[in-house]
Write a protein of this length. Sequence first.
Length: 379
Amino acid sequence: MDSDVLIIGGGVIGLSIARDLHKKRAGKITIVDRGGIGREASWAAAGMLAPNIETDSDSTFHEFGTESLELYPGFAAALLDETGVDIELDRSGTLCLAFNKEEETGLRETYERQQNRNVSVEFLSSEELRRLEPAISETTTSALFYPNDWQVENRKLVGALREFAKRNGIETIENAEVEELLTEQQRVVGARTNARDFRADTTVLATGAWTSLIKIGDTTMPVSIKPIRGQMLSFDLRERPLRHVVYSHRGYLVPRADGRVLVGATAEDAGFENRTTAEGIAGLTDAAVEIMPQLSEAQVAETWSGLRPFAADGLPILGKIPGWQNVVIATAHYRNGILLAPKTAELIAENIIDGASSEYLQRFSVERFANAATARTNI
Protein backbone atom coordinates (compact mmCIF):
# COMPACT_ATOMS: atom_id res chain seq x y z
CA MET A 1 0.00 0.00 0.00
CA ASP A 2 1.15 3.56 -0.71
CA SER A 3 -0.35 4.88 2.53
CA ASP A 4 -1.96 3.73 5.73
CA VAL A 5 -4.67 6.38 5.26
CA LEU A 6 -5.64 8.18 2.06
CA ILE A 7 -7.74 11.32 2.60
CA ILE A 8 -9.53 12.57 -0.49
CA GLY A 9 -10.21 16.28 -0.09
CA GLY A 10 -7.82 18.83 1.38
CA GLY A 11 -10.27 21.32 2.88
CA VAL A 12 -10.58 22.10 6.57
CA ILE A 13 -12.35 18.77 7.21
CA GLY A 14 -9.76 16.61 5.47
CA LEU A 15 -6.83 18.54 6.95
CA SER A 16 -8.28 18.36 10.48
CA ILE A 17 -8.86 14.62 10.16
CA ALA A 18 -5.26 14.17 8.99
CA ARG A 19 -4.00 16.08 12.03
CA ASP A 20 -6.01 13.97 14.49
CA LEU A 21 -4.98 10.75 12.75
CA HIS A 22 -1.32 11.76 12.95
CA LYS A 23 -1.69 12.43 16.66
CA LYS A 24 -3.12 8.92 17.01
CA ARG A 25 -0.10 7.50 15.16
CA ALA A 26 -2.08 6.34 12.14
CA GLY A 27 1.05 5.81 10.08
CA LYS A 28 1.64 7.30 6.62
CA ILE A 29 -1.13 9.74 5.68
CA THR A 30 -1.67 11.13 2.18
CA ILE A 31 -4.09 13.92 1.24
CA VAL A 32 -5.10 14.36 -2.40
CA ASP A 33 -7.20 17.23 -3.72
CA ARG A 34 -8.73 18.01 -7.10
CA GLY A 35 -7.33 21.56 -6.88
CA GLY A 36 -5.23 23.43 -4.36
CA ILE A 37 -5.16 22.26 -0.75
CA GLY A 38 -7.67 24.29 1.25
CA ARG A 39 -8.67 26.51 -1.68
CA GLU A 40 -12.34 25.58 -2.11
CA ALA A 41 -15.20 26.11 0.39
CA SER A 42 -12.83 26.40 3.38
CA TRP A 43 -11.02 29.34 1.76
CA ALA A 44 -14.27 30.99 0.65
CA ALA A 45 -15.91 30.82 4.09
CA ALA A 46 -16.35 33.63 6.62
CA GLY A 47 -15.03 31.64 9.61
CA MET A 48 -18.11 31.94 11.80
CA LEU A 49 -18.44 29.56 14.75
CA ALA A 50 -22.15 29.97 15.38
CA PRO A 51 -23.95 26.85 16.62
CA ASN A 52 -26.72 28.90 18.24
CA ILE A 53 -27.63 31.31 15.48
CA GLU A 54 -27.08 28.78 12.68
CA THR A 55 -28.66 25.66 14.20
CA ASP A 56 -31.92 26.44 15.91
CA SER A 57 -33.96 23.36 14.97
CA ASP A 58 -32.21 19.97 15.06
CA SER A 59 -31.19 19.39 18.69
CA THR A 60 -28.54 16.77 17.93
CA PHE A 61 -26.94 19.03 15.34
CA HIS A 62 -26.96 21.90 17.83
CA GLU A 63 -25.24 19.71 20.43
CA PHE A 64 -22.70 18.60 17.83
CA GLY A 65 -21.93 22.20 16.91
CA THR A 66 -21.71 23.27 20.54
CA GLU A 67 -19.27 20.47 21.38
CA SER A 68 -17.12 21.40 18.38
CA LEU A 69 -17.16 25.07 19.40
CA GLU A 70 -15.97 24.12 22.88
CA LEU A 71 -12.94 22.43 21.33
CA TYR A 72 -11.83 25.64 19.61
CA PRO A 73 -9.90 27.37 22.43
CA GLY A 74 -7.71 24.29 22.87
CA PHE A 75 -7.60 23.72 19.10
CA ALA A 76 -6.42 27.29 18.44
CA ALA A 77 -3.82 27.17 21.22
CA ALA A 78 -2.48 23.82 20.02
CA LEU A 79 -2.18 24.99 16.40
CA LEU A 80 -0.28 28.08 17.53
CA ASP A 81 2.13 25.88 19.48
CA GLU A 82 2.45 23.32 16.67
CA THR A 83 2.78 25.70 13.72
CA GLY A 84 3.34 29.25 14.96
CA VAL A 85 0.14 30.35 13.19
CA ASP A 86 -2.44 32.36 15.14
CA ILE A 87 -5.87 31.52 13.71
CA GLU A 88 -7.35 34.60 15.44
CA LEU A 89 -10.09 33.01 17.51
CA ASP A 90 -12.41 35.91 18.39
CA ARG A 91 -14.83 35.30 21.25
CA SER A 92 -16.61 38.70 21.17
CA GLY A 93 -19.97 37.15 20.29
CA THR A 94 -22.60 37.56 17.57
CA LEU A 95 -25.60 39.86 17.10
CA CYS A 96 -28.79 39.14 15.15
CA LEU A 97 -30.77 42.26 14.20
CA ALA A 98 -34.39 43.17 13.60
CA PHE A 99 -35.30 46.13 11.38
CA ASN A 100 -39.09 46.12 11.79
CA LYS A 101 -41.87 44.81 14.02
CA GLU A 102 -42.28 41.57 12.07
CA GLU A 103 -38.60 40.74 12.39
CA GLU A 104 -38.66 41.72 16.06
CA THR A 105 -41.55 39.31 16.66
CA GLY A 106 -39.47 36.58 15.05
CA LEU A 107 -36.52 37.41 17.31
CA ARG A 108 -38.71 37.27 20.40
CA GLU A 109 -40.03 33.83 19.37
CA THR A 110 -36.49 32.61 18.80
CA TYR A 111 -35.41 34.05 22.15
CA GLU A 112 -38.19 32.24 24.03
CA ARG A 113 -37.55 28.97 22.22
CA GLN A 114 -33.82 29.12 22.86
CA GLN A 115 -34.29 30.14 26.48
CA ASN A 116 -36.29 26.93 26.95
CA ARG A 117 -33.33 25.01 25.47
CA ASN A 118 -30.84 26.76 27.81
CA VAL A 119 -29.08 28.58 24.96
CA SER A 120 -27.02 31.54 26.14
CA VAL A 121 -28.80 34.46 24.46
CA GLU A 122 -29.80 38.01 25.45
CA PHE A 123 -32.58 40.20 24.04
CA LEU A 124 -31.38 43.78 23.43
CA SER A 125 -33.42 46.92 22.84
CA SER A 126 -32.34 49.29 20.07
CA GLU A 127 -30.71 51.54 22.67
CA GLU A 128 -28.79 48.66 24.25
CA LEU A 129 -27.71 47.48 20.81
CA ARG A 130 -26.30 50.84 19.77
CA ARG A 131 -24.43 51.23 23.04
CA LEU A 132 -22.79 47.93 22.18
CA GLU A 133 -22.24 48.73 18.48
CA PRO A 134 -22.60 52.46 17.64
CA ALA A 135 -21.91 51.93 13.92
CA ILE A 136 -25.03 49.81 13.42
CA SER A 137 -27.98 51.46 11.69
CA GLU A 138 -30.37 53.52 13.77
CA THR A 139 -33.28 51.83 11.99
CA THR A 140 -32.75 48.61 13.96
CA THR A 141 -35.50 47.91 16.48
CA SER A 142 -33.86 45.19 18.60
CA ALA A 143 -31.33 42.35 18.53
CA LEU A 144 -30.35 39.03 19.99
CA PHE A 145 -26.84 38.72 21.41
CA TYR A 146 -25.10 35.33 21.41
CA PRO A 147 -21.96 35.52 23.59
CA ASN A 148 -20.98 31.96 22.67
CA ASP A 149 -21.09 32.36 18.88
CA TRP A 150 -17.55 33.29 17.80
CA GLN A 151 -15.39 33.57 14.70
CA VAL A 152 -11.98 32.50 13.45
CA GLU A 153 -9.81 33.65 10.53
CA ASN A 154 -10.60 30.68 8.28
CA ARG A 155 -7.77 31.27 5.81
CA LYS A 156 -5.24 31.31 8.63
CA LEU A 157 -6.86 28.14 9.99
CA VAL A 158 -6.33 26.43 6.64
CA GLY A 159 -2.77 27.76 6.59
CA ALA A 160 -2.10 26.39 10.07
CA LEU A 161 -3.40 22.96 9.16
CA ARG A 162 -1.31 22.92 5.97
CA GLU A 163 1.75 23.88 8.01
CA PHE A 164 1.00 21.07 10.48
CA ALA A 165 0.87 18.60 7.59
CA LYS A 166 4.17 19.91 6.21
CA ARG A 167 5.95 19.72 9.57
CA ASN A 168 4.69 16.23 10.34
CA GLY A 169 5.30 14.36 7.12
CA ILE A 170 1.69 14.27 5.92
CA GLU A 171 1.92 14.13 2.13
CA THR A 172 -0.29 16.60 0.24
CA ILE A 173 -0.93 16.21 -3.48
CA GLU A 174 -2.74 18.91 -5.44
CA ASN A 175 -4.52 18.86 -8.81
CA ALA A 176 -5.29 15.14 -8.57
CA GLU A 177 -9.00 14.67 -9.27
CA VAL A 178 -10.39 11.37 -8.00
CA GLU A 179 -12.52 9.58 -10.58
CA GLU A 180 -13.34 6.42 -8.65
CA LEU A 181 -12.48 4.42 -5.56
CA LEU A 182 -10.51 1.26 -6.18
CA THR A 183 -12.17 -1.87 -4.83
CA GLU A 184 -11.41 -5.52 -4.23
CA GLN A 185 -14.57 -7.46 -3.48
CA GLN A 186 -16.28 -5.26 -0.84
CA ARG A 187 -13.13 -3.49 0.27
CA VAL A 188 -12.01 -0.03 -0.83
CA VAL A 189 -8.26 -0.16 -1.40
CA GLY A 190 -7.57 3.36 -2.65
CA ALA A 191 -8.51 5.75 -5.43
CA ARG A 192 -7.89 6.40 -9.12
CA THR A 193 -7.12 9.98 -10.09
CA ASN A 194 -6.51 11.69 -13.40
CA ALA A 195 -2.78 11.36 -12.66
CA ARG A 196 -2.24 7.97 -10.99
CA ASP A 197 -3.67 5.38 -8.63
CA PHE A 198 -3.27 5.70 -4.87
CA ARG A 199 -3.57 2.62 -2.68
CA ALA A 200 -4.24 2.69 1.05
CA ASP A 201 -5.42 0.55 3.95
CA THR A 202 -8.15 3.10 4.79
CA THR A 203 -9.72 5.78 2.59
CA VAL A 204 -11.49 8.90 3.89
CA LEU A 205 -13.88 10.86 1.69
CA ALA A 206 -13.79 14.53 2.71
CA THR A 207 -14.75 15.60 -0.79
CA GLY A 208 -17.34 18.30 -0.09
CA ALA A 209 -19.56 19.33 -2.98
CA TRP A 210 -17.91 16.83 -5.35
CA THR A 211 -18.70 13.71 -3.30
CA SER A 212 -21.53 12.37 -5.45
CA LEU A 213 -19.40 12.51 -8.60
CA ILE A 214 -17.06 9.78 -7.33
CA LYS A 215 -17.83 6.15 -8.12
CA ILE A 216 -17.13 3.20 -5.86
CA GLY A 217 -15.85 0.67 -8.33
CA ASP A 218 -18.71 0.26 -10.81
CA THR A 219 -21.38 1.72 -8.50
CA THR A 220 -22.47 5.27 -7.76
CA MET A 221 -22.00 6.97 -4.41
CA PRO A 222 -24.97 6.14 -2.11
CA VAL A 223 -25.40 9.80 -1.09
CA SER A 224 -26.51 12.86 -3.02
CA ILE A 225 -24.56 16.05 -2.32
CA LYS A 226 -25.54 19.30 -4.04
CA PRO A 227 -23.19 22.29 -4.46
CA ILE A 228 -24.73 25.50 -3.12
CA ARG A 229 -22.90 28.62 -4.27
CA GLY A 230 -22.14 31.30 -1.73
CA GLN A 231 -20.94 34.68 -2.97
CA MET A 232 -19.09 37.04 -0.62
CA LEU A 233 -17.28 40.35 -0.64
CA SER A 234 -15.12 42.41 1.68
CA PHE A 235 -14.46 46.04 2.48
CA ASP A 236 -10.97 47.04 3.61
CA LEU A 237 -11.25 49.75 6.27
CA ARG A 238 -8.44 51.36 8.22
CA GLU A 239 -9.81 50.45 11.63
CA ARG A 240 -12.10 47.72 12.88
CA PRO A 241 -15.60 49.29 12.85
CA LEU A 242 -17.42 46.50 14.71
CA ARG A 243 -16.59 44.35 17.70
CA HIS A 244 -19.09 41.58 16.91
CA VAL A 245 -20.25 39.46 14.01
CA VAL A 246 -23.60 40.94 12.95
CA TYR A 247 -26.48 39.10 11.24
CA SER A 248 -29.65 40.33 9.61
CA HIS A 249 -32.26 38.46 7.58
CA ARG A 250 -30.50 39.61 4.41
CA GLY A 251 -26.83 39.08 5.16
CA TYR A 252 -24.08 39.29 7.75
CA LEU A 253 -20.93 41.25 8.53
CA VAL A 254 -17.78 39.66 9.93
CA PRO A 255 -15.21 42.18 11.20
CA ARG A 256 -11.56 41.13 11.10
CA ALA A 257 -8.76 42.37 13.33
CA ASP A 258 -6.97 43.97 10.36
CA GLY A 259 -9.91 46.27 9.51
CA ARG A 260 -11.53 44.16 6.81
CA VAL A 261 -15.28 43.58 6.95
CA LEU A 262 -16.51 40.42 5.24
CA VAL A 263 -20.05 40.39 3.87
CA GLY A 264 -21.97 37.22 3.11
CA ALA A 265 -23.47 35.28 1.75
CA THR A 266 -25.75 34.17 -1.03
CA ALA A 267 -27.17 30.63 -1.18
CA GLU A 268 -27.67 29.65 -4.82
CA ASP A 269 -28.45 26.35 -6.51
CA ALA A 270 -26.18 27.08 -9.48
CA GLY A 271 -24.52 23.72 -9.99
CA PHE A 272 -20.75 23.80 -10.18
CA GLU A 273 -20.65 27.34 -11.60
CA ASN A 274 -18.29 28.87 -9.06
CA ARG A 275 -18.26 32.59 -9.85
CA THR A 276 -19.59 35.89 -8.59
CA THR A 277 -22.41 37.75 -10.32
CA ALA A 278 -23.30 41.43 -10.49
CA GLU A 279 -26.70 40.69 -8.98
CA GLY A 280 -25.23 38.69 -6.09
CA ILE A 281 -22.61 41.32 -5.23
CA ALA A 282 -25.19 44.12 -5.43
CA GLY A 283 -27.49 42.28 -3.04
CA LEU A 284 -24.67 41.73 -0.55
CA THR A 285 -23.66 45.38 -0.76
CA ASP A 286 -27.23 46.48 -0.04
CA ALA A 287 -27.43 44.12 2.95
CA ALA A 288 -24.14 45.44 4.31
CA VAL A 289 -25.17 49.09 4.01
CA GLU A 290 -28.51 48.35 5.68
CA ILE A 291 -26.63 47.00 8.70
CA MET A 292 -23.84 49.59 8.75
CA PRO A 293 -24.66 52.73 6.71
CA GLN A 294 -21.08 54.04 6.67
CA LEU A 295 -20.19 51.21 4.26
CA SER A 296 -22.02 53.11 1.53
CA GLU A 297 -18.87 55.28 1.29
CA ALA A 298 -16.47 52.31 1.24
CA GLN A 299 -15.04 50.60 -1.83
CA VAL A 300 -15.42 46.86 -2.27
CA ALA A 301 -11.93 45.37 -1.86
CA GLU A 302 -12.50 41.74 -2.90
CA THR A 303 -15.25 39.48 -4.19
CA TRP A 304 -15.28 35.67 -4.26
CA SER A 305 -17.49 32.61 -4.16
CA GLY A 306 -17.42 29.01 -2.98
CA LEU A 307 -19.44 25.83 -3.30
CA ARG A 308 -20.88 24.49 -0.05
CA PRO A 309 -21.75 20.75 0.15
CA PHE A 310 -25.45 20.29 0.94
CA ALA A 311 -27.31 17.05 1.70
CA ALA A 312 -31.08 16.75 1.37
CA ASP A 313 -31.75 17.25 5.09
CA GLY A 314 -29.07 19.90 5.58
CA LEU A 315 -27.07 17.73 8.01
CA PRO A 316 -23.53 16.31 7.76
CA ILE A 317 -22.80 12.81 6.51
CA LEU A 318 -20.30 10.97 8.70
CA GLY A 319 -19.01 7.43 9.16
CA LYS A 320 -19.04 4.14 7.31
CA ILE A 321 -20.45 3.61 3.82
CA PRO A 322 -22.80 0.59 4.04
CA GLY A 323 -21.63 -2.44 2.11
CA TRP A 324 -18.02 -1.32 1.91
CA GLN A 325 -15.05 -1.85 4.19
CA ASN A 326 -12.02 0.36 4.81
CA VAL A 327 -13.75 3.58 3.76
CA VAL A 328 -15.18 6.46 5.83
CA ILE A 329 -17.05 9.56 4.72
CA ALA A 330 -17.08 13.07 6.20
CA THR A 331 -18.97 15.55 4.07
CA ALA A 332 -22.10 17.77 3.70
CA HIS A 333 -21.14 20.23 6.43
CA TYR A 334 -22.79 22.96 4.31
CA ARG A 335 -22.46 26.35 6.09
CA ASN A 336 -20.70 24.93 9.15
CA GLY A 337 -17.54 23.24 7.95
CA ILE A 338 -15.21 25.56 9.88
CA LEU A 339 -17.28 25.19 13.07
CA LEU A 340 -17.58 21.41 12.86
CA ALA A 341 -14.01 20.57 11.79
CA PRO A 342 -12.51 19.80 15.25
CA LYS A 343 -15.34 17.52 16.38
CA THR A 344 -15.62 15.83 12.99
CA ALA A 345 -11.89 15.11 13.03
CA GLU A 346 -12.09 13.70 16.55
CA LEU A 347 -14.98 11.35 15.67
CA ILE A 348 -13.51 10.11 12.40
CA ALA A 349 -10.03 9.54 13.83
CA GLU A 350 -11.44 7.64 16.81
CA ASN A 351 -13.57 5.54 14.49
CA ILE A 352 -10.65 4.65 12.21
CA ILE A 353 -8.04 3.98 14.90
CA ASP A 354 -10.14 2.68 17.80
CA GLY A 355 -13.29 1.46 16.05
CA ALA A 356 -15.28 3.86 18.24
CA SER A 357 -18.84 4.79 17.37
CA SER A 358 -20.95 7.62 18.78
CA GLU A 359 -24.42 9.11 18.79
CA TYR A 360 -23.29 11.56 16.12
CA LEU A 361 -21.97 8.90 13.75
CA GLN A 362 -25.31 7.14 14.06
CA ARG A 363 -27.43 10.29 13.66
CA PHE A 364 -25.44 11.56 10.67
CA SER A 365 -24.82 8.20 8.98
CA VAL A 366 -25.33 7.41 5.30
CA GLU A 367 -27.96 4.88 6.34
CA ARG A 368 -30.44 7.58 7.38
CA PHE A 369 -31.24 8.22 3.71
CA ALA A 370 -32.03 4.55 3.06
CA ASN A 371 -34.12 4.46 6.24
CA ALA A 372 -36.04 7.56 5.14
CA ALA A 373 -36.74 6.02 1.72
CA THR A 374 -37.96 2.81 3.37
CA ALA A 375 -40.21 4.80 5.71
CA ARG A 376 -41.79 6.64 2.77
CA THR A 377 -42.57 3.42 0.92
CA ASN A 378 -44.27 2.02 4.05
CA ILE A 379 -46.62 4.99 4.48
